[in-house]
Design a protein around this ligand. Structure first.
Ligand code: BGC
Length: 751
């Protein structure tokens, strides 16, 4: 799909001397009245626009191909060879917009012979529930984008986990809109602090990869606002991203990138988003319809938003004011993000600080799921032997694939050491070795490795050791969904490796078995009762092994909590079977004309509505394996003294105050979670997360904590009035350390 679009696009490109191109299109030094920094971004944009020709305006509303793997053309010669490039207004000194994917680090650095830090997967940052960590996550990406010569990120994924088998779950921030929205806002602010155009994506309901360019999602407006859209609303309102990427799928009949309800009514009118909307890569399907609906920028090429657009303007089918609005939004966002005042300039990335930030975020995101008889932390002084088993844990840790993929420095740990560049949907293992990290922390113990291919051999290795640490992994990537939440079986030569069988055999052989999971989505665990301890490490990033080592041996006390429910079985999901296209939509490349019409839709009905994640299991009274918000620590915490303060002023927050105590002898961080049960007349699921705080406590320390709850978070979406509305009545506020364990409770009356 992409390549045929690109080919069509490049057929239009003229061939001439590239160095001459680069010369011609290199922006002049920015001078002009718009360089007056005391003016607002909007005023500055207007001043530029006064001098722009129609052709210059059109040139700004589309991309110039995918410079990473497409030929250099007159228009993209000045780009940094990322995935997208808009030419800017070279004559007036307005620079190009140079885009890179950057979900958990800057993509394609290897191919450019440069370095980029891989942070832990976004879902790991979500598991930290740490707003400061989310800011640092974004800020590191922003700094490295700048250092590599880019000025726009394509990160900021926040589609909530409605379908946990979605192959991009690792790129997102969990199943709760308030948690995900709060964190993505911080991530965007962090990225934009480096004068990078920030992005939030994929707007909206891009909840599965199967048939993503044809699926039509059906959802009512109330459920839409209260679930998936709320994450974007918070992200836009608090993160102020300069850009929003509309998604590939259809929503209630229209493609997202030509969906007036999503782009204009909700995003631009209700949420007052002043920035620009760009299409996902090849996600534009029309000229007039998309433009009128609110799509400002076609990416990565110019099939609909170049000649066809100009013709439509000249023929009066698109009013000049509509084009001007798109151009204004792009320019004002460039001024607001600072990419004009602080031009792109390459510099050297600081890999050491990158490693440290990446490691710390992973340390905060690892979730301790089980710890019988304090099996963890391990005491290096008393352990004589450790068997490390499975998942290439001798050499590396798995990463998430697709457009999020970061090229590992040093190459793929299991297959191509030394090679920087990665390839689409290739499983990439970062060269961060848990085995070495464990050996380093237990220098006097015998630490053996078994590949975990044969259950009998793994069990024998485990039996001979004081402690067995067995790894299981689940690889995810854009462009595919997981067949199920079971730990996948995989091929090793001719042998099929059954990870569940290996883990069960190891745990049966050694009562002191620790299971370490490297997954993007929840997994089912038929062996859950057997091992002494279970850690969810997600995708650990560049320095994942050290983070894991620190948690295993207790120099870091785990503090992550699940941002996604782990169900008992796929059968418990709202859609036990993932809904896939039933017909073969196409085979081989799709012509631009076919693409323009859009592929035939298949329907997915979100009948579960607002009941996403824990709201579904609560409402349906289903037991789960590990609940949302759950995670253990090496210490214990106590909650007491709840007080909920309300005010009659509807602009005031509801203040929830309580005492949090570290009741153990080890310092630790606790994520305190605040939920609300709405009045019955609101007809909502039993409870929703409305706030949280991550609190650092010394041994035996107590702190008074206040979490302020916005009234919107206690409201429902009133479809008739098209606004948030607080249902008058009794609200029960619940506080505790997990969605299933909320010891504090107070009922207040709100109106
Ligand atoms: C993905 C986007 C990505 C874009 C550019 C698309 O296939 O859905 O998330 O930013 O490609 O690589």
């Amino acid at each position: 799909m992409k390549s045929s679009l690109r080919l069509a696009a490049f057929a239009l490109a003229s061939a001439a001397s590239l160095s001459l191109f680069a010369q011609q299109n290199k922006p002049a030094k920015p001078t002009g009245p718009w360089m007056n920094t005391s003016l607002s971004p909007d005023e500055r944009a207007d001043l530029v626009m006064k001098q722009m020709t129609l052709d210059e305006k059109i040139a700004l509303i589309h991309g110039e191909g995918m410079p990473t793997d497409d030929p250099v053309t007159s228009q993209n010669a000045d780009s940094n060879r990322g995935v997208g490039y808009d030419i800017g207004v070279p004559r007036l000194g307005i620079p190009g917009i140079d885009m890179s994917d950057a979900a958990y680090g800057v993509r394609s650095s290897g191919v450019n012979g440069r370095y980029s830090t891989a942070l832990p997967a976004d879902v790991s940052a979500a598991a930290s529930w740490d707003t400061d960590a989310a800011y640092q996550y974004g800020a590191l990406i922003g700094r490295e984008l700048r250092a590599q010569g880019f000025n726009m990120t394509l990160g900021g994924g926040v589609d909530i986990t409605r379908e946990p088998r979605n192959g991009r779950t690792f790129e997102y921030l969990g199943e709760d809109p308030i948690l995900a929205g709060t964190l993505v806002a911080q991530l965007i602010q962090g990225t934009q602090s480096a004068h990078i155009i920030g992005d939030i994506k994929h707007y909206a309901f891009n909840d599965q990869e199967s048939g993503r360019t044809s699926v039509n999602v059906n959802i009512d407006h109330r459920a839409a606002h209260e679930s998936d859209l709320l994450a974007f609303e918070i992200g836009v309102e608090k993160g102020h991203p300069a850009a929003v990427m509309c998604s590939y799928n259809r929503v209630n009949g229209d493609y997202s990138c030509e969906n007036k309800w999503l782009l204009t009514d909700v995003l631009k009118d209700d949420w007052k988003f002043p920035g620009f909307v760009l299409s996902d890569w090849g996600g534009t399907h029309s000229t007039e319809k998309a433009s009128a609906a609110g799509l400002d920028n076609e990416e990565p090429g110019w099939f609909f938003y170049s000649d066809k657009y100009k013709e439509a303007v000249q023929a009066g089918r698109i009013p000049m004011s509509e084009l001007d609005d798109h151009v204004h939004r792009i320019l004002r966002s460039m001024f607001a993000a600072g990419v004009i005042d602080y031009p792109r300039q390459r510099s050297v990335v600081d890999p050491f600080s990158g490693f440290e930030i990446s490691r710390k975020i992973e340390e905060g995101g690892i979730v301790l799921l089980k710890n019988e008889h304090n099996a963890l932390p391990l005491d290096a002084g008393t352990i004589h032997s450790i068997a490390v088993i499975g998942a290439h844990s001798d050499v590396g840790m798995i990463s998430g694939g697709g457009s999020a993929q970061v090229d590992p420095i040093g190459g793929n740990a299991i297959s191509a050491p030394g090679k920087g560049a990665t390839h689409w949907q290739e499983q990439i293992w970062f060269p961060t070795s848990p085995l070495k990290a464990i050996r380093k922390r237990a220098p006097n113990a015998t630490v053996t490795f078994d590949p975990g291919i044969d259950p009998a051999s793994a069990a024998a290795a485990a039996k001979n050791a004081d402690v067995a640490i067995v790894f299981g992994y689940q690889w995810e990537s854009e462009g595919m969904d997981l067949p199920s939440l079971a730990l996948p079986k995989y091929k090793n030569g001719d042998t099929e490796v059954d990870q569940n069988a290996v883990i069960a055999a190891v745990a049966a052989a050694n009562p002191h078995t620790v299971v370490v999971l490297e997954t993007g989505s929840p997994v089912t665990m038929p062996w859950v009762s057997a091992p002494a301890a279970i850690l969810e490490a997600w995708y650990g990033g560049s320095d994942g092994a050290d983070a894991l080592g620190n948690v295993l041996f207790g120099s870091v006390n785990p503090s992550g909590k699940l941002p996604n429910t782990f169900p008992l079985s796929d059968d418990d999901l709202p859609h036990p079977t993932l809904i896939k296209p039933t017909i073969t939509h196409f085979s081989g490349p799709v012509s631009p004309e076919t693409w323009a019409k859009g592929l035939p839709p298949f329907q997915v009905h979100y009948d579960e509505g607002v009941e996403v994640g824990y709201k579904w299991y609560d409402a349906q009274h289903k037991h789960v394996l590990f609940p949302f918000g759950y995670g253990l620590s090496y210490t214990t915490f106590g909650y007491s003294g709840l007080h909920v303060a309300t005010s009659s002023n509807p602009d005031d927050t509801v203040k929830v105050t309580f005492t949090l105590a570290n009741t153990g002898w080890r310092a630790g961080k606790e994520i305190a979670e605040v939920y609300a049960a709405l009045p019955a007349s609101a007809q909502e699921p039993p409870k929703r997360l409305v706030g949280f705080a991550k609190v650092d406590l010394a041994p035996k320390e107590k702190k008074q904590v206040t979490v302020e709850i916005e009234r919107k978070y206690l409201s429902i979406w009133d479809e008739a009035k098209n606004e948030w509305s607080l249902v008058p009545g009794e609200y029960t506020i619940l506080v505790g350390g997990s969605s299933d364990k909320l010891p504090l409770k107070e009922t207040v009356s709100l109106r």
